[in-house]
Design a protein around this ligand. Structure first.
Ligand SMILES: *[C@@H]1O[C@H](CO)[C@@H](O)[C@H](O)[C@H]1NC(C)=O
Ligand SMILES: *[C@@H]1O[C@H](CO)[C@@H](O)[C@H](O)[C@H]1NC(C)=O
Ligand SMILES: [Zn+2]
Length: 952
C-alpha cells in the first residue's frame, strides 16, 4: 500500500493517498490519538488457529442492474474452502465474513461425504466480530490433519464508493459522453471478508481459483491470474481464472467492466507487462510501461528470486482505476492504482506526479517479494510489508533511473518525514498491538512506512550493502509462501552479519533491530565538543517536539558517523562506533573546528551541538555552504526547525544558522526549509502585522533561489530542479512574492485569452494565483477546463486551484461541487481542505456550509474517520471568531453530531497553535530580522528563553 498522512487522513493506506502535503497543513496533532478502549474482548477479532485454509474456489456473479430477484449492485457468491484440521475434536468452525446474506452452508470431507451440521443452529453470524460460526452436530468432530470442504452460498454488496473497500463500483465518462460502470475490489487489509467468507488475516495462506460470471456485453474480466477458460452461459460469460500462488486472502482481486482494456503492453510472452485502463486513457500508459519491466528485473537481480516463476503462468498487470481509496494496492499479478498514480501524459502530468508513478510502481512491485511472497504474520508488524516496499520504492527506482536522485530524495521524503511523524509523545512503535479492523487500518500509517523504510536504510549502511542484500535473500528464501515473524528477519541479519563479519562482534543484531522496532520514538544526539582537548561528549535522549514532554530512559543502538571541519569526509557512511548507552565519548585530535554527526543523514536521529560548535557550523555555511554536504545542509535545516520548536536551541541561534539559506539554491536543502518556514508562518495567520513582517523577511530568503530558478521550465533542468521550482514558486507566490505573482497572473491570462498552455510544473501556483487575483469568470473557466480534462493529475491540480478563489459566488459553487459527482468520494476531504488553504476567509464561508449541510457532507465523505478530518481541518483554518462560531454550533448540536468531541478537540488544538504563535511572535521576528545583524548577547538569550518557558 502507499504510505502517508495518517495524521490527516487516518485511513490512508499509502501515504501518497492524499495530495495535501503535511507542509501545507497548519494543525499539529500533538494530542494523543483517541485509542479505542482496549479490552480482552478485542482479541476476539482474531481467528482461532485450529483450521488451515489450503485452497478456495470462489464464484462471483455481479448484478449491475436489478433483476426480478436481485437488487442492482449486489452479487451472488459461492465459495468452497478446503480446510485442514490442525487438531482433533473440532466441533465448530469459525471464518470471517462481512457479506450481505448467508444463504446456505455445507461441510463435507474430501470424498464429498457430508459432515452433519447442528439441526437447530447450523450457523451463527457474530456480526460485531465479522465471524461466521458453523456448528457441527453434537458428537460430530473434525479429525486432526484431515481435509474438509466448507461450501457457502451467499449474497454480497457492490459498495457505492471505493472507500468502503470490498467489492465496489465506479464509473467514468467514456468518449461517447456516457457513464460507464465497473466493479473492482480492494481487500487490503481486512476486506476479503466482504467478497467471500474467508480466513481474512495475512498469516493464513491459500491458493485461489476465481470464477466470474460477467454480463455478456462487458469486456473480459481481470483477476490475479490469466483466464484459463471462458464459456457463454445464457446472458453471461463464465470466466475461470488460473490458480493463484499460495498467498494471503487480502491479495485476491478482480475487475469487471464494460470496457476497460490494455493501453500499453511490452508484448513479451515470457515476461508480460501490461498497463490497463479505461479506453479513453489510451496513450497515458507509456511511462508506466517504461519503468515497470526494468524495475521487475532490478528486483529479480537484487533479491535473487525471479518474479515470473513465483507461480505457473504469472502475469504482471497494472491497472489504473478512476475510483480508488488509497494510492495503489499490490494484488499479486494485478496491481491497482489510483489513475493519478499510474497514468502519465506529456504536457499534462507534472514532475512530482511522474516521480510518484515511478516510485509507487517500485513500491508495489517490491511487495511481490515483501508482502506477497513473504507476509507479516499479523498487522502488528505491517512494517515488514510496508517498510521494505517503501525503502525499495526509492532505492529500486534509483537503480533504474539515477537522474531522479531518489537516493537523496529519500532523505527529505522519507527519513525526515519519519522524524516528524515519530516526535510526539503519543507516537507508536513499529510493532504495535492491533486487533480490530479500525486499529489495523490505523497502523497502515506514516510510522510503518517511513520509519520502517528509514530503519532499513540505517541498517544497510550499518552492515554494508552486500551483507544487507544477503540477509534479505536468506529471509525471502527461508519464508517464501509463508508468513514471517520479526524474529525471522532478525535471524537472517544475524546470520549474514556473522558470515561477513561486517559488524563488530560485540553488537547483537537481534537486540539492535528489536529496540528500534519495539520502542517508540527516536533519539536526539547531544554533542559537546571540547575544542581544546578534542574530547567529544555525547548523550542521547528521546526527542520530543514538545518542550514540556517528560524525558525517558530509553537508549537506542546508534551507529555514529561524523566528520570534522579541517578534514571533511562526507562519504564514509559506515559507522565508526556504535553508541549503546545514554552517554558516550569520542576522542579526536584537539583542534578548533566544527564537527558534524550523522553523515548524509542516514541514521534515524537528530543532532544538537553545543552553541560554539553550532556557531562554527553557521559561519561555515555562511562563508562557503558547499563545504558541507548538501544532504547534511538539509539535515541541519530540518533539525534546526525541530530544535527551535522543542526549545532545545533559541530562535536566535536557529536563525543565525539558517541565514545561509539566503544564498542557497539546492532543492534538498530548500524542501525542509519550506516546511519549517510554513510551519512557523501558520502560527501567525491570526496576527496580520506579524504575518506581514514575517513574510517580508522570508521574501529576503527567497530572492536568490527564485532568481536562480526563474519562472519558466528550461530544457536543461534536472528532475530535482523542476521539483525545486514547483515548490519554491508555490511558496513564494503564497507569501506574496511580487515577481512570482505578476508572472503567474500573466501566464493565467495568456491561457485564458489565448489558450497558451501552462507547463504542468508551473500550474500549481499559476492556476492558484490566477484565481486568487481573478473573479467569477476566471473561476468558471478553470472549472470548465477541469470538467473537460481527460487527465487525472491535471484534474487534481485544478481541483486544488479552484479552492484558491476568493469570489463568494465561486466559493458557493465550489462547495456544491464537492458534494456532487463532479468530485470523486476519495477527493472530497482534500477538496474542502484546498478551499480552506486557498484563502483565510474561505474557511469561515465553508463553516456556514458545513453547518447547513452537515449530514450531506458526512454521507459524501463516506467514512466516519474522514468526516472527523473535515471537522479537524476546518478548525485548523478558522480564526478565533470562526472557532467560537464552530464551538457554539457543536455544543448546541451534540445530540445530532456524534463527532462533536473530535470537533471540540480540534478547536482546542487550533487555539493552542495560535497561542504558540502569539507567545513567540516577537522573539521569532526578532531572531529572523536580526539574523543578518549582531549576535544577541548571551544574557538576552537566557532572558528570552526563560520568559518563554514561564509562559507555557
Ligand atoms: C484450480 O485451478 C487449477 C488450474 O489453474 C486446477 O489445476 C485445479 O484443479 C483447480 N482446483 C480446484 C480445487 O478446482
Ligand atoms: C542476541 O540477543 C538475543 C535476544 O536478547 C538472544 O536471544 C541471542 O542469544 C543473542 N545472540 C547472541 C549471539 O548472543
Ligand atoms: Zn505498500
Amino acid at each position: 500500500m502507499d504510505r502517508i498522512m495518517s495524521l490527516i487522513i487516518k485511513l490512508t493506506i499509502l501515504s501518497v493517498l492524499s495530495t495535501v502535503v503535511k507542509t501545507d497543513f497548519p494543525l499539529d496533532f500533538d494530542v494523543p490519538d483517541v485509542e479505542i478502549e482496549r479490552s480482552d474482548s478485542e482479541t476476539m477479532f482474531r481467528l482461532p488457529e485450529d483450521l488451515d485454509p489450503i485452497h478456495y474456489d470462489a464464484e462471483i456473479t455481479p448484478y449491475f442492474e436489478a433483476t426480478s430477484n436481485r437488487e442492482a449492485f449486489t452479487f451472488d457468491g459461492l465459495v468452497t474452502i478446503y480446510l485442514r484440521a490442525m487438531k482433533s475434536g473440532i466441533n465448530s468452525l469459525i471464518v470471517q465474513e462481512n457479506v450481505r446474506e448467508i444463504l446456505h452452508i455445507t461441510v463435507t470431507d474430501e470424498a464429498n461425504l457430508p459432515i452433519l451440521l447442528n439441526l437447530t443452529n447450523p450457523f451463527e453470524r457474530l456480526r460485531q466480530f465479522h465471524f461466521l460460526r458453523i456448528n457441527l452436530r453434537d458428537g460430530v468432530t473434525l479429525e486432526n490433519n484431515r481435509v474438509y470442504k466448507l461450501t457457502i452460498g451467499y449474497l454480497g454488496n457492490i459498495n457505492e464508493t471505493p472507500l468502503s473497500r470490498g467489492v465496489f463500483r465506479g464509473s467514468y465518462k467514456g468518449s461517447d459522453g456516457r457513464l460507464h460502470w465497473y466493479a473492482a475490489t480492494h481487500l487490503q487489509p481486512t476486506n476479503s471478508r466482504q467478497v467471500f467468507p474467508s480466513f481474512d488475516e495475512p498469516g493464513f495462506k491459500s491458493t485461489f481459483n476465481i470464477t466470474i460470471y460477467r454480463p455478456i456485453h462487458f469486456t473480459e474480466s481481470y483477476s490475479n491470474m490469466r483466464i484459463a477458460e471462458s464459456t457463454v452461459v445464457g446472458d453471461r460469460v463464465k470466466e475461470v481464472f488460473h490458480q493463484t500462488p499460495r498467498m494471503s486472502a487480502y491479495l485476491v482481486t478482480f475487475h469487471i467492466s464494460e470496457e476497460f482494456t490494455v493501453i500499453a503492453d511490452n508484448n513479451d510472452a515470457a515476461r508480460p507487462y501490461r498497463i490497463l485502463a479505461r479506453p479513453n486513457a489510451r496513450g497515458q500508459g507509456e511511462y508506466a510501461l517504461e519503468v515497470g519491466p526494468p524495475l521487475t528485473r532490478w528486483f529479480e537481480e537484487y533479491f535473487g528470486i525471479d518474479y515470473y516463476t513465483m507461480g505457473p503462468d504469472m502475469k504482471n498487470d497494472q491497472i489504473a482505476v478512476p475510483d480508488w481509496a488509497s494510492g495503489a494496492t499490490e494484488n499479486w499479478g494485478f496491481v491497482s492504482y489510483r489513475e493519478l498514480r499510474l497514468l502519465y501524459e506529456e504536457g499534462e502530468t507534472n514532475a512530482l506526479d511522474m516521480k510518484s508513478i515511478a516510485t509507487i510502481t517500485a513500491h508495489e512491485l517490491a511487495h511481490k517479494w515483501f508482502g506477497n511472497l513473504v507476509t507479516c504474520r499479523w498487522w502488528d508488524n505491517v512494517w515488514i510489508n510496508e517498510g521494505f516496499a517503501s525503502y525499495f520504492e526509492y532505492f529500486a527506482m534509483d537503480g533504474v533511473d539515477p537522474s531522479m536522485e531518489l537516493e537523496a530524495q529519500f532523505n527529505v521524503f522519507y527519513l525526515q518525514s519519519a522524524l516528524s511523524a515519530d516526535q510526539s509523545a503519543s507516537t507508536r512503535a513499529l510493532q504495535h498491538t492491533v486487533n480490530t479492523p479500525a486499529q489495523v487500518t490505523g497502523h497502515f500509517s506514516g510510522i510503518s512506512y517511513s520509519k520502517g523504510a528509514s530503519l532499513l536504510l540505517m541498517l544497510k549502511h550499518f552492515v554494508t550493502e552486500n551483507t544487507f542484500r544477503k540477509a534479505l535473500n536468506y529471509f525471502l528464501v527461508d519464508r517464501s509462501y509463508e508468513h514471517a515473524f520479526p524474529f525471522h528477519l532478525y535471524e537472517s541479519f544475524a546470520k549474514a552479519v556473522a558470515e561477513d563479519s561486517t559488524v563488530d562482534r560485540s553488537i547483537n543484531m537481534t537486540e539492535f533491530i528489536t529496540y528500534w522496532v519495539e520502542e517508540r520514538g527516536y533519539p536526539v544526539l547531544n554533542v559537546n565538543v571540547n575544542m581544546n582537548t578534542g574530547l567529544i561528549e555525547l548523550t542521547q535522549e528521546r526527542f520530543f517536539i514538545s518542550a514540556s514532554a517528560q524525558t525517558t530512559d530509553q537508549a537506542w543502538h546508534l551507529p555514529l558517523t561524523y566528520t570534522t571541519g579541517s578534514n571533511p569526509d562526507w562519504n564514509n557512511l559506515k559507522a565508526s562506533e556504535v553508541m549503546t548507552s545514554k552517554t558516550h565519548r569520542i576522542q579526536k585530535e584537539a583542534r578548533h573546528e566544527w564537527v558534524i554527526f550523522n553523515l548524509q543523514q542516514k541514521g534515524i536521529y537528530r543532532v544538537n551541538y553545543d552553541t560554539h560548535n553550532w556557531e562554527m557550523i553557521a559561519s561555515a555555511l555562511k562563508q562557503n555552504r558547499e563545504s558541507i554536504h548538501y544532504l547534511n545542509r538539509a539535515q541541519i535545516v530540518d533539525d534546526v526547525f525541530a530544535l527551535m520548536r522543542s526549545e532545545r536551541i533559541t530562535f536566535n541561534l536557529g536563525f543565525q544558522i539558517l541565514e545561509f539559506l539566503k544564498n542557497e539554491t539546492n532543492f534538498f536543502v530548500w524542501y525542509p526549509a519550506i516546511s519549517g518556514f510554513t510551519w512557523l508562518r501558520n502560527r501567525f495567520l491570526h496576527l496580520p502585522d506579524t504575518l506581514a513582517e514575517f513574510d517580508s523577511i522570508l521574501l529576503g530568503y527567497l530572492n536568490a533561489v527564485v532568481n536562480e530558478l526563474g519562472y519558466d521550465v528550461r530544457p536543461s533542468d534536472s528532475h530535482t530542479t523542476i521539483l525545486n521550482r514547483f515548490y519554491i514558486l508555490s511558496f513564494a507566490c503564497n507569501i506574496g512574492h511580487e515577481g512570482c505573482l505578476n508572472n503567474a497572473v500573466e501566464k493565467f491570462a495568456a491561457l485564458r485569452t489565448n489558450g497558451v498552455s501552462v507547463n504542468p510544473n508551473l500550474r500549481r501556483h499559476v492556476f492558484c494565483e490566477g484565481l486568487r487575483d481573478g473573479g467569477y469568470e476566471d473561476w468558471r473557466f478553470l472549472y470548465q477546463r477541469r470538467l473537460n480534462s481527460n487527465n487525472m493529475g491535471d484534474q487534481v491540480a485544478m481541483l486544488r486551484a479552484l479552492g484558491c478563489t476568493t469570489n463568494e459566488r465561486a466559493i458557493q459553487e465550489f462547495l456544491q461541487m464537492v458534494l456532487s459527482d463532479d468530485v470523486k468520494a476519495q477527493d472530497r476531504v482534500n477538496a474542502l481542505t484546498f478551499l480552506y488553504m486557498g484563502d483565510r476567509n474561505n474557511a469561515k464561508i465553508a463553516l456556514q456550509f458545513v453547518k447547513q449541510r452537515v449530514d450531506d457532507i458526512r454521507r459524501a465523505v463516506v467514512l466516519p474517520a474522514w468526516f472527523d478530518n473535515v471537522l479537524i481541518n476546518l478548525a485548523s483554518y478558522l480564526d478565533e471568531e470562526g472557532l467560537q462560531d464552530m464551538e457554539t454550533w457543536l455544543r448546541a448540536n451534540q445530540a445530532t453530531i456524534p463527532e462533536f468531541q473530535t470537533g471540540l478537540n480540534a478547536i482546542t488544538s487550533a487555539r493552542t497553535n495560535m497561542q504558540w504563535g502569539t507567545d513567540r511572535a516577537s522573539a521569532i521576528l526578532r531572531a529572523a530580522r536580526g539574523s543578518a545583524a549582531i549576535a544577541v548577547p548571551t544574557i538576552m538569550l537566557l532572558l528570552t528563553t526563560s520568559i518563554a518557558m514561564m509562559l507555557r
